[in-house]
Write a protein that binds this ligand. Structure first.
Ligand SMILES: *Cc1c(COP(=O)(O)O)cnc(C)c1O
Length: 376
Protein backbone atom coordinates (compact mmCIF):
# COMPACT_ATOMS: atom_id res chain seq x y z
CA UNK A 1 0.00 0.00 0.00
CA UNK A 2 1.17 3.54 -0.79
CA UNK A 3 1.56 6.16 1.94
CA UNK A 4 -1.80 7.92 1.44
CA UNK A 5 -3.63 4.60 1.46
CA UNK A 6 -1.90 3.56 4.68
CA UNK A 7 -3.03 6.88 6.20
CA UNK A 8 -6.65 5.91 5.56
CA UNK A 9 -6.53 2.16 6.23
CA UNK A 10 -3.48 1.62 8.44
CA UNK A 11 -5.25 1.58 11.82
CA UNK A 12 -7.50 -1.44 12.10
CA UNK A 13 -9.35 -2.40 15.27
CA UNK A 14 -8.25 -5.98 15.80
CA UNK A 15 -11.05 -6.47 18.36
CA UNK A 16 -13.78 -5.39 15.94
CA UNK A 17 -16.76 -7.76 15.68
CA UNK A 18 -19.32 -5.15 14.59
CA UNK A 19 -17.99 -3.95 11.24
CA UNK A 20 -17.55 -0.41 12.61
CA UNK A 21 -15.23 1.57 10.32
CA UNK A 22 -13.94 3.84 13.06
CA UNK A 23 -11.72 2.48 15.81
CA UNK A 24 -13.82 2.76 19.01
CA UNK A 25 -12.72 4.87 21.93
CA UNK A 26 -12.06 2.19 24.54
CA UNK A 27 -12.60 4.49 27.49
CA UNK A 28 -11.75 1.87 30.07
CA UNK A 29 -9.12 2.19 32.78
CA UNK A 30 -9.06 -1.54 33.49
CA UNK A 31 -9.91 -4.84 31.82
CA UNK A 32 -11.49 -7.98 33.31
CA UNK A 33 -9.48 -11.21 33.32
CA UNK A 34 -11.04 -14.35 31.80
CA UNK A 35 -9.45 -16.56 34.48
CA UNK A 36 -6.72 -16.74 37.10
CA UNK A 37 -3.39 -15.83 35.54
CA UNK A 38 -5.11 -15.08 32.22
CA UNK A 39 -5.32 -11.82 30.27
CA UNK A 40 -7.19 -10.63 27.20
CA UNK A 41 -3.96 -8.82 26.30
CA UNK A 42 -5.24 -5.77 28.16
CA UNK A 43 -4.93 -5.35 31.91
CA UNK A 44 -4.71 -1.67 32.84
CA UNK A 45 -4.84 1.36 30.54
CA UNK A 46 -1.55 2.87 31.66
CA UNK A 47 0.11 -0.20 30.11
CA UNK A 48 -1.98 -0.92 27.00
CA UNK A 49 -5.13 0.52 25.52
CA UNK A 50 -6.97 -0.90 22.46
CA UNK A 51 -7.49 2.57 20.92
CA UNK A 52 -3.83 3.58 21.29
CA UNK A 53 -2.52 0.31 19.85
CA UNK A 54 -3.88 0.64 16.29
CA UNK A 55 -2.67 4.26 16.24
CA UNK A 56 0.81 3.12 17.25
CA UNK A 57 0.80 0.47 14.49
CA UNK A 58 -0.27 3.12 11.99
CA UNK A 59 2.45 5.60 12.99
CA UNK A 60 5.07 2.82 12.93
CA UNK A 61 4.11 1.90 9.38
CA UNK A 62 4.02 5.53 8.19
CA UNK A 63 7.63 5.98 9.40
CA UNK A 64 8.79 2.57 8.06
CA UNK A 65 9.44 1.57 11.68
CA UNK A 66 8.67 -1.60 13.60
CA UNK A 67 7.37 -0.05 16.80
CA UNK A 68 5.80 3.27 17.71
CA UNK A 69 4.78 4.56 21.12
CA UNK A 70 2.11 7.23 21.61
CA UNK A 71 2.67 9.79 24.38
CA UNK A 72 0.57 12.56 25.89
CA UNK A 73 2.75 15.20 24.18
CA UNK A 74 5.93 15.62 22.19
CA UNK A 75 7.73 16.66 25.37
CA UNK A 76 6.51 13.52 27.17
CA UNK A 77 8.00 11.50 24.29
CA UNK A 78 11.31 13.35 24.61
CA UNK A 79 11.31 12.88 28.40
CA UNK A 80 10.79 9.11 27.95
CA UNK A 81 13.62 9.03 25.44
CA UNK A 82 15.97 10.84 27.81
CA UNK A 83 15.00 8.44 30.60
CA UNK A 84 17.00 5.82 28.66
CA UNK A 85 20.12 7.73 29.74
CA UNK A 86 21.96 7.83 33.03
CA UNK A 87 23.83 10.41 35.08
CA UNK A 88 26.91 11.80 33.28
CA UNK A 89 25.75 10.53 29.89
CA UNK A 90 26.40 13.05 27.15
CA UNK A 91 23.98 14.29 24.48
CA UNK A 92 24.78 16.29 21.37
CA UNK A 93 21.86 18.31 20.01
CA UNK A 94 21.28 20.66 17.08
CA UNK A 95 22.08 24.23 18.13
CA UNK A 96 18.82 25.39 16.54
CA UNK A 97 16.02 23.45 18.19
CA UNK A 98 12.42 23.70 19.33
CA UNK A 99 12.69 25.85 22.48
CA UNK A 100 10.89 23.31 24.67
CA UNK A 101 13.34 20.57 23.71
CA UNK A 102 16.29 22.79 24.62
CA UNK A 103 14.54 23.61 27.91
CA UNK A 104 14.18 19.90 28.74
CA UNK A 105 17.84 19.18 27.90
CA UNK A 106 18.94 22.08 30.09
CA UNK A 107 16.55 21.07 32.91
CA UNK A 108 17.80 17.47 32.91
CA UNK A 109 21.38 18.73 32.88
CA UNK A 110 20.60 20.26 36.26
CA UNK A 111 18.26 17.63 37.67
CA UNK A 112 19.56 14.33 36.33
CA UNK A 113 23.22 15.08 35.66
CA UNK A 114 22.97 14.65 31.90
CA UNK A 115 25.32 16.79 29.83
CA UNK A 116 24.26 18.40 26.58
CA UNK A 117 26.41 20.08 23.94
CA UNK A 118 24.82 22.09 21.14
CA UNK A 119 26.39 21.85 17.72
CA UNK A 120 25.68 23.21 14.25
CA UNK A 121 24.93 19.88 12.58
CA UNK A 122 25.90 21.29 9.19
CA UNK A 123 29.48 21.26 10.47
CA UNK A 124 30.44 17.57 10.68
CA UNK A 125 33.93 18.46 11.97
CA UNK A 126 32.35 20.27 14.93
CA UNK A 127 30.09 17.27 15.52
CA UNK A 128 33.05 14.88 15.44
CA UNK A 129 34.98 17.11 17.83
CA UNK A 130 32.05 17.14 20.27
CA UNK A 131 31.84 13.32 20.55
CA UNK A 132 33.15 11.95 23.87
CA UNK A 133 33.33 8.43 25.32
CA UNK A 134 30.19 9.32 27.38
CA UNK A 135 28.20 10.43 24.30
CA UNK A 136 25.09 8.27 24.09
CA UNK A 137 22.65 10.20 21.96
CA UNK A 138 22.59 12.72 19.12
CA UNK A 139 19.39 14.68 18.62
CA UNK A 140 18.66 16.62 15.46
CA UNK A 141 15.89 18.52 13.78
CA UNK A 142 15.92 18.95 10.01
CA UNK A 143 14.69 21.45 8.98
CA UNK A 144 15.41 23.14 12.32
CA UNK A 145 12.96 25.29 14.24
CA UNK A 146 12.84 28.19 13.48
CA UNK A 147 15.85 28.81 11.21
CA UNK A 148 15.11 25.95 8.76
CA UNK A 149 18.68 24.67 8.68
CA UNK A 150 18.99 21.39 6.75
CA UNK A 151 21.09 18.55 8.20
CA UNK A 152 22.35 15.56 6.25
CA UNK A 153 20.90 12.68 8.31
CA UNK A 154 23.01 9.95 6.71
CA UNK A 155 26.22 11.98 6.98
CA UNK A 156 25.55 12.57 10.69
CA UNK A 157 24.93 8.84 11.23
CA UNK A 158 28.18 8.00 9.46
CA UNK A 159 30.08 10.42 11.71
CA UNK A 160 28.88 8.68 14.90
CA UNK A 161 30.37 5.66 16.65
CA UNK A 162 27.97 2.69 16.30
CA UNK A 163 26.85 2.78 19.97
CA UNK A 164 25.55 6.37 19.74
CA UNK A 165 21.81 6.65 19.05
CA UNK A 166 20.75 9.07 16.35
CA UNK A 167 17.32 10.60 17.01
CA UNK A 168 15.56 12.80 14.45
CA UNK A 169 12.69 15.11 15.40
CA UNK A 170 10.58 14.73 12.25
CA UNK A 171 7.78 17.09 13.31
CA UNK A 172 8.27 19.63 10.50
CA UNK A 173 8.35 17.37 7.43
CA UNK A 174 6.41 14.35 8.75
CA UNK A 175 6.90 10.87 7.25
CA UNK A 176 4.97 12.06 4.20
CA UNK A 177 8.07 13.99 3.09
CA UNK A 178 10.92 12.42 5.09
CA UNK A 179 11.55 9.02 6.70
CA UNK A 180 14.63 9.30 8.91
CA UNK A 181 14.70 5.57 9.81
CA UNK A 182 15.51 4.87 6.13
CA UNK A 183 18.43 7.32 6.37
CA UNK A 184 20.16 5.75 9.37
CA UNK A 185 18.27 7.26 12.31
CA UNK A 186 17.70 4.91 15.26
CA UNK A 187 14.61 6.73 16.50
CA UNK A 188 12.15 9.30 15.22
CA UNK A 189 10.42 11.73 17.56
CA UNK A 190 7.23 13.61 16.79
CA UNK A 191 5.23 16.31 18.33
CA UNK A 192 1.99 14.71 17.18
CA UNK A 193 0.33 17.94 18.24
CA UNK A 194 1.45 19.46 14.94
CA UNK A 195 0.88 17.96 11.46
CA UNK A 196 -0.05 14.46 12.62
CA UNK A 197 -2.96 15.81 14.64
CA UNK A 198 -3.29 18.72 12.24
CA UNK A 199 -6.26 20.54 13.75
CA UNK A 200 -4.76 22.51 16.66
CA UNK A 201 -6.98 20.58 19.07
CA UNK A 202 -4.90 17.74 20.57
CA UNK A 203 -1.54 17.30 22.28
CA UNK A 204 0.33 14.12 21.32
CA UNK A 205 3.84 12.75 20.91
CA UNK A 206 5.46 9.70 19.31
CA UNK A 207 8.67 7.74 19.32
CA UNK A 208 9.24 5.34 16.42
CA UNK A 209 12.04 2.80 15.99
CA UNK A 210 13.12 -0.48 14.40
CA UNK A 211 15.12 -1.30 17.52
CA UNK A 212 12.77 -3.65 19.41
CA UNK A 213 14.79 -3.82 22.67
CA UNK A 214 14.78 -0.01 22.84
CA UNK A 215 11.03 0.04 22.14
CA UNK A 216 10.54 -2.40 25.05
CA UNK A 217 12.54 -0.16 27.39
CA UNK A 218 10.49 2.82 26.26
CA UNK A 219 7.24 0.91 26.91
CA UNK A 220 8.49 0.11 30.38
CA UNK A 221 9.18 3.81 30.99
CA UNK A 222 5.80 4.84 29.56
CA UNK A 223 3.85 2.39 31.72
CA UNK A 224 5.93 3.25 34.78
CA UNK A 225 5.34 7.00 34.58
CA UNK A 226 1.93 6.90 32.85
CA UNK A 227 2.75 9.20 29.95
CA UNK A 228 0.89 7.24 27.25
CA UNK A 229 -1.64 8.90 24.95
CA UNK A 230 -5.24 8.78 26.22
CA UNK A 231 -7.95 6.80 24.33
CA UNK A 232 -9.91 9.83 23.10
CA UNK A 233 -6.76 11.60 21.88
CA UNK A 234 -5.65 8.37 20.17
CA UNK A 235 -9.01 8.28 18.37
CA UNK A 236 -8.55 11.90 17.23
CA UNK A 237 -5.07 11.12 15.92
CA UNK A 238 -6.32 8.11 13.92
CA UNK A 239 -9.00 10.32 12.41
CA UNK A 240 -6.54 13.13 11.63
CA UNK A 241 -3.93 10.91 10.03
CA UNK A 242 -6.44 9.83 7.37
CA UNK A 243 -5.96 13.28 5.76
CA UNK A 244 -2.25 13.77 6.47
CA UNK A 245 -1.18 13.50 2.81
CA UNK A 246 -3.97 15.83 1.62
CA UNK A 247 -3.17 18.43 4.26
CA UNK A 248 0.57 18.35 3.61
CA UNK A 249 0.11 18.75 -0.16
CA UNK A 250 -2.28 21.66 0.21
CA UNK A 251 -0.21 23.47 2.85
CA UNK A 252 3.02 23.05 0.89
CA UNK A 253 1.48 24.35 -2.35
CA UNK A 254 0.32 27.49 -0.53
CA UNK A 255 3.64 27.83 1.35
CA UNK A 256 5.57 27.84 -1.95
CA UNK A 257 3.36 30.68 -3.24
CA UNK A 258 3.57 32.66 -0.01
CA UNK A 259 7.35 32.23 0.35
CA UNK A 260 8.00 33.44 -3.20
CA UNK A 261 5.71 36.42 -2.60
CA UNK A 262 7.30 37.29 0.77
CA UNK A 263 10.79 37.12 -0.74
CA UNK A 264 10.01 40.15 -2.96
CA UNK A 265 8.44 42.37 -0.30
CA UNK A 266 10.46 45.50 0.52
CA UNK A 267 9.91 45.10 4.29
CA UNK A 268 11.08 41.46 4.27
CA UNK A 269 14.84 41.40 4.72
CA UNK A 270 15.44 37.64 4.94
CA UNK A 271 13.45 34.51 4.26
CA UNK A 272 14.04 31.00 5.59
CA UNK A 273 12.09 28.37 3.65
CA UNK A 274 13.67 25.06 2.62
CA UNK A 275 12.75 25.53 -1.07
CA UNK A 276 14.66 28.84 -1.03
CA UNK A 277 17.69 27.50 0.87
CA UNK A 278 21.26 27.73 -0.48
CA UNK A 279 22.42 25.24 -3.10
CA UNK A 280 24.18 22.92 -0.68
CA UNK A 281 21.21 22.67 1.71
CA UNK A 282 18.82 22.19 -1.16
CA UNK A 283 20.92 19.31 -2.54
CA UNK A 284 20.85 17.58 0.88
CA UNK A 285 17.12 18.15 1.23
CA UNK A 286 16.38 16.72 -2.22
CA UNK A 287 18.50 13.66 -1.42
CA UNK A 288 16.66 12.84 1.81
CA UNK A 289 13.16 14.32 1.52
CA UNK A 290 10.40 14.57 -1.07
CA UNK A 291 9.05 17.95 -0.01
CA UNK A 292 9.79 21.29 1.65
CA UNK A 293 6.97 21.43 4.18
CA UNK A 294 4.89 24.48 4.99
CA UNK A 295 6.90 26.33 7.66
CA UNK A 296 8.34 29.71 6.67
CA UNK A 297 10.43 31.98 8.88
CA UNK A 298 11.13 35.52 7.75
CA UNK A 299 12.82 38.61 9.03
CA UNK A 300 11.31 42.06 8.61
CA UNK A 301 13.02 45.46 8.58
CA UNK A 302 12.26 46.47 12.19
CA UNK A 303 10.83 45.34 15.50
CA UNK A 304 7.93 47.75 14.88
CA UNK A 305 7.09 46.06 11.57
CA UNK A 306 7.19 42.64 13.24
CA UNK A 307 4.80 43.75 15.98
CA UNK A 308 2.55 45.54 13.51
CA UNK A 309 2.24 42.35 11.43
CA UNK A 310 1.31 40.35 14.54
CA UNK A 311 -1.32 42.90 15.50
CA UNK A 312 -2.71 43.42 11.99
CA UNK A 313 -3.29 39.89 10.73
CA UNK A 314 -7.01 39.10 10.62
CA UNK A 315 -7.43 35.63 9.13
CA UNK A 316 -4.01 34.40 10.19
CA UNK A 317 -3.90 33.80 13.93
CA UNK A 318 -1.12 35.07 16.17
CA UNK A 319 -0.56 31.91 18.21
CA UNK A 320 2.10 29.46 19.24
CA UNK A 321 2.21 26.01 17.54
CA UNK A 322 2.17 24.86 13.93
CA UNK A 323 1.05 22.16 11.55
CA UNK A 324 -2.71 22.66 11.83
CA UNK A 325 -5.37 23.53 9.27
CA UNK A 326 -5.40 27.13 10.57
CA UNK A 327 -2.51 29.34 9.44
CA UNK A 328 -0.61 30.64 12.47
CA UNK A 329 2.02 33.31 12.88
CA UNK A 330 4.47 33.04 15.77
CA UNK A 331 7.00 35.39 17.32
CA UNK A 332 9.81 32.96 18.30
CA UNK A 333 11.67 35.66 20.24
CA UNK A 334 8.84 36.04 22.77
CA UNK A 335 7.06 32.68 22.38
CA UNK A 336 8.59 29.33 21.39
CA UNK A 337 12.19 30.38 22.08
CA UNK A 338 11.73 32.87 24.95
CA UNK A 339 13.48 30.55 27.43
CA UNK A 340 16.70 30.25 25.41
CA UNK A 341 19.63 32.22 26.87
CA UNK A 342 19.62 35.61 25.04
CA UNK A 343 23.11 35.14 23.61
CA UNK A 344 22.17 31.78 22.07
CA UNK A 345 18.99 33.27 20.64
CA UNK A 346 20.89 36.10 19.00
CA UNK A 347 23.69 33.87 17.69
CA UNK A 348 21.04 31.81 15.89
CA UNK A 349 19.32 34.85 14.40
CA UNK A 350 16.20 34.64 16.56
CA UNK A 351 15.75 38.39 16.87
CA UNK A 352 12.87 40.81 17.56
CA UNK A 353 12.47 40.98 13.77
CA UNK A 354 11.91 37.27 13.10
CA UNK A 355 8.43 35.87 12.44
CA UNK A 356 7.41 32.27 11.77
CA UNK A 357 4.48 31.26 9.66
CA UNK A 358 2.78 27.85 9.69
CA UNK A 359 0.75 27.71 6.50
CA UNK A 360 -2.58 25.93 6.89
CA UNK A 361 -5.13 24.76 4.35
CA UNK A 362 -7.12 27.95 3.73
CA UNK A 363 -7.24 29.38 0.21
CA UNK A 364 -3.78 30.81 -0.52
CA UNK A 365 -5.27 33.95 -2.09
CA UNK A 366 -6.99 34.82 1.18
CA UNK A 367 -3.74 34.23 3.08
CA UNK A 368 -1.78 36.45 0.67
CA UNK A 369 -4.38 39.23 0.98
CA UNK A 370 -4.11 39.08 4.75
CA UNK A 371 -0.29 39.24 4.70
CA UNK A 372 -0.41 42.05 2.16
CA UNK A 373 -2.58 44.26 4.37
CA UNK A 374 -0.60 43.34 7.52
CA UNK A 375 2.77 44.17 5.92
CA UNK A 376 1.37 47.21 4.06
C1 LIG B 1 5.97 21.43 19.42
C2 LIG B 1 7.25 20.73 19.18
C3 LIG B 1 7.75 19.84 20.12
C4 LIG B 1 7.07 19.59 21.47
O1 LIG B 1 5.87 18.91 21.30
P1 LIG B 1 4.57 19.11 22.25
O2 LIG B 1 3.58 18.22 21.58
O3 LIG B 1 4.22 20.56 22.19
O4 LIG B 1 4.94 18.67 23.60
C5 LIG B 1 8.93 19.18 19.82
N1 LIG B 1 9.58 19.40 18.66
C6 LIG B 1 9.11 20.26 17.74
C7 LIG B 1 9.88 20.46 16.46
C8 LIG B 1 7.94 20.96 17.96
O5 LIG B 1 7.51 21.83 17.05
Amino acid sequence: MKFDTVCVHGAKDLNNRTGALAVPIYQSATFAHPGVGQSTGYDYARTQNPTREPLERLVASLEDGLEALGFSSGMAALDALLSLLEKDDHIIASDDLYGGSARLFDFLNLRAGLKTSYVDMGDLKALKAAIKPETKLVFIETPTNPMMKITDILAVKETLPPNVLLVVDNTFLTPYYQKPLNLGADLVLHSGTKYLSGHNDTLAGFLVTRNVPIAERLRYISKTVGSGLAPFDSFLLIRSLKTLALRMDKSQTSALKIASWLKDQPKVTKIYYPALADEKSLAILKKQATGFGAMISFEVDSEETAQKVLESVKLILYAESLGGVETLITYPYLQTHADLPPERRLALGITERLLRLSVGVENSQDLLEDLKQALG
